[in-house]
Design a protein around this ligand. Structure first.
Ligand code: FAD
Ligand code: UDP
Length: 373
């Protein structure tokens, strides 16, 4: 059998591309080295709860085309992400908003909050923030930086805030309103029935081979398709010959508890530096504590998330987009330009922190470009 496309990776990028290729009459084979589809958005049903096995995933987007596209394969529930921060037992609202400022300083009005932040910011004389620490203090002042940002960020990234790029913290909204919605997105939710079911629907009618590592059988796979869409790590494709790109990885500690409610919220961040984990996810609250038939669930599943430095053989999660790694990535991009049959996509193929909606929109754009050929 010869295919128009071989898609390496059954994650969201690969599934989107494969779905579009198939619906446009192309022949396509998807291979994944894991034993399941859906890549990192994989969910598994445990105690009737869809557990996010590779970390919590909340879909959010402003892109109507992406939203409409995915709604062909699932119905999203009305979940709105409102994580809370636990700093040594004190509970704060996230993202940083009037509820946070009220708890931190007892202020009631935006003007009062702004004056406190402005005073703390001016005290440090930061003109143009050069790193995450300066950016964070410029946005929310020193108290919030010390209690809610510094410990969490240094655990998450394993580097001091002064050594990290300002862009990381700019992902979070800062609001002078009483609004706990973590995202500024028009559309938001969690697929009813889980992400795995959504991806299975996307791959309906597509030939998929699991437990199959493309790189271990590369010359065979290269022969059987006209083009290859590769969503694995770009440095692995080239046998790491220029060196390893660095990642942060995560260790997940999962527990089933014989109680109905452990923490009363899907996501609780531990923002002090002493607690080893960054957050605890209680998966049932992504679905309002109910099963698909609307019954209350008697038990609960929680996951503690421990970030650590990636070493070869572990799952790469967060690319470390500092200068050293960005330069190395560019060298791999130059090599990839010589591979005219292969297109690199997705978060590992392009070494980028990508939200899910961007992954879908990039896969759609790629198909628009190459699918017509
Ligand atoms: P992946 O899901 O990683 O898929 C790549 C696939 O390729 C994998 O299944 C892998 O097994 C396979 N593969 C690799 N190499 C080979 C090979 N040699 N042969 C065969 N198969 C191979 N985004 C959001 O929008 N909202 C969130 O709340 C959110 N939370 C996140 C939380 C965490 C902890 C992390 C790390 C990311 C989060 N994201 C979130 C981002 C989201 O996970 C990604 O956008 C998305 O999963 C990327 O899809 P992908 O297909 O590019 O990659
Ligand atoms: N962040 C923080 N405290 C929090 C939540 C987030 O300092 O309670 C910072 C941290 O640097 C993090 C960044 O904001 O890396 C982006 O947060 P996001 O939730 O997007 O990502 P993640 O927590 O998965 O890194």
């Amino acid at each position: 059998m010869h295919y128009d496309y071989l898609v390496v990776g059954a994650g969201l990028f690969g599934a989107t591309f494969a779905n579009l290729a198939r619906s446009n009459g192309k022949s396509v084979l998807v291979v994944d080295k894991r034993s399941h589809v859906a890549g990192n958005i994989y969910t598994e049903r445990i105690e009737n709860i869809n557990v996010h096995i590779y970390g919590a995933h909340i879909f959010h987007t402003n892109n109507k085309a992406v939203w409409d596209y995915l709604n062909q394969f699932t119905t999203f529930n009305r979940y709105t992400n409102s994580p809370i921060a636990d700093y040594k037992g004190e509970i704060y609202s996230l993202p940083f908003n009037m509820y946070t400022f009220n708890k931190m300083w007892g202020v009631k009005t935006p003007k009062e909050a702004f004056e406190i932040i402005d005073g703390q910011r001016k005290g440090l004389g930061i003109e143009k923030p050069q790193n995450l620490e300066q950016q964070a203090i410029s946005l929310v002042g020193t108290d919030i930086y010390e209690k809610l940002i510094k410990g969490y960020t240094e655990k998450q990234w394993g580097r001091e805030c002064s050594q990290l790029p300002a862009s990381i913290i700019k992902r979070l909204p800062v609001r002078f309103t009483y609004d706990n919605n973590y995202f500024n997105a028009l559309y938001q939710g969690i697929p009813i029935g889980g992400y795995t079911q959504m991806v299975e629907n996307m791959l309906d009618g597509v030939e998929v081979k699991l437990n199959s590592d493309y790189l271990k059988n590369k010359s065979y796979y290269d022969e059987i398709a006209d083009r290859i869409i590769y969503t694995g790590p770009i440095d692995a494709y080239f046998g790491y010959k220029l060196g390893y790109l660095e990642y942060r990885t995560l260790k997940f500690e999962q527990e089933i508890l014989d109680i109905p409610n452990f923490q009363g919220n899907a996501v609780v961040n531990y923002t002090d530096s002493e607690t080893q984990f960054t957050r605890i996810i209680e998966h049932k609250w992504f679905e309002f504590g109910k099963d698909d038939d609307g019954h209350e669930l008697p038990r609960t599943v929680i996951t503690r998330e421990y970030p650590c430095e990636w070493v070869s053989g572990e799952e790469p999660y967060y690319p470390v987009n500092d200068r050293k790694n960005s330069e190395l990535y560019e060298k791999y991009v130059n090599l990839s330009r010589k591979q005219d049959k292969v297109i690199f996509g997705g978060r590992l193929g392009t070494y980028r922190y990508y939200d899910m909606d961007l992954v879908v929109s990039e896969a759609m754009s790629l198909f628009d470009c190459v699918g017509a050929i």
